[in-house]
Design a protein around this ligand. Structure first.
Ligand SMILES: [Zn+2]
Ligand SMILES: [Zn+2]
Length: 277
């Protein structure tokens, strides 16, 4: 399958992504500026004076474009390899409303199923990235020392491939309708910014239901102060089930980052880091 317009389509897709990301970013910036002013987990520097703000903003715009292009690319590739579907209109018909038994469920149930199944897979992939040969890729995400909402997108492409991109592709190929993304997309964007935000919110008893800023900020602390716990992205129930849940009473996390003090602070060096180590 060759498509002479592919480069143009990719450029167009990048443009569309930027147009979507800019207003969302402005809204999130406003929301978290207000919230972190009143309920900071670690009072001090506001997010806009983070030392590595430019690095985080580069990821913030680069990651959604990258993820979108590769998600679509792998969906097309997967349909060709697994289902022998090659033509553009066949592809659209195949993915448009999902396919098979999962697509017969009500859309809200498909959305819920997508959230639960993807979160379960991401929990284990996250644990995998905390071990052995994979850590150097995930270290990029943990390199933020001034953790705030804008740090949420700081991920190495390898971490994205073997994480959210792969999980999305698997579930859409399994038949869940992409229309579920109308709800899931905004939820994931807001929630991932929320759990990284500098907020002292643990949400009382809901801390067992939904990942909160305090829950995820503990994940970003050093090993001896609680790191290697709280791997779940959305539902802490995985950590409770598999023994990695940690929410110390009357204590808030501080001190984030990784051991390697020579870790690069700009995006180019960070992307190259795993290949140099
Ligand atoms: Zn982690
Ligand atoms: Zn994080």
């Amino acid at each position: 399958m060759s498509n002479p317009n592919l480069p143009l389509e990719v450029v167009d897709m990048l443009g569309q992504t930027i147009v979507k990301v800019v207003p969302i970013t402005i809204v999130l910036a406003l929301i978290f500026s207000v919230l972190t002013h009143f309920w900071a987990c670690n009072p001090g520097t506001p997010w806009w004076r983070k030392r590595e703000l430019v690095t985080d903003l580069c990821y913030w715009f680069f990651v959604p474009m990258f993820a979108r292009v590769f998600r679509i690319g792998f969906l097309v590739l997967g349909a060709a390899v697994v289902f022998n579907i090659h033509e553009a209109d066949e592809l659209i018909a195949f993915y448009d409303n999902g396919h098979g038994p999962l697509s017969a469920l009500p859309l809200w149930l498909q959305a819920l199923l997508f959230l639960v199944l993807s979160d379960f897979m991401l929990y284990w992939l996250h644990r995998m990235f905390h071990g052995g040969a994979f850590w150097k890729y995930h270290a990029v995400h943990h390199s933020s020392e001034e953790l705030d909402w804008v740090s949420a997108a700081r991920f190495h492409p390898v971490n994205l491939f073997l994480g959210t991109i792969m999980v999305d592709v698997v579930l859409l190929m399994a038949g869940i309708s992409p229309k579920t993304m109308i709800w899931i997309g905004p939820f994931i964007t807001f929630h991932s910014a929320f759990v990284h935000a500098n907020l002292n919110w643990a949400l009382g008893p809901f801390k067992y239901v939904l990942a909160t800023p305090v829950f995820h900020r503990w994940h970003h602390t050093a090993l001896e102060s609680g790191g290697n716990t709280n791997f779940a992205g959305t539902f802490p129930v995985w950590d409770m089930l598999f023994g990695t849940f940690r929410m110390p009473k009357n204590e808030l996390p501080d001190n984030y980052g990784i051991e390697d003090q020579s870790f690069p602070s700009e995006i180019g060096g960070q992307l190259a880091y795993p290949f140099r180590h």
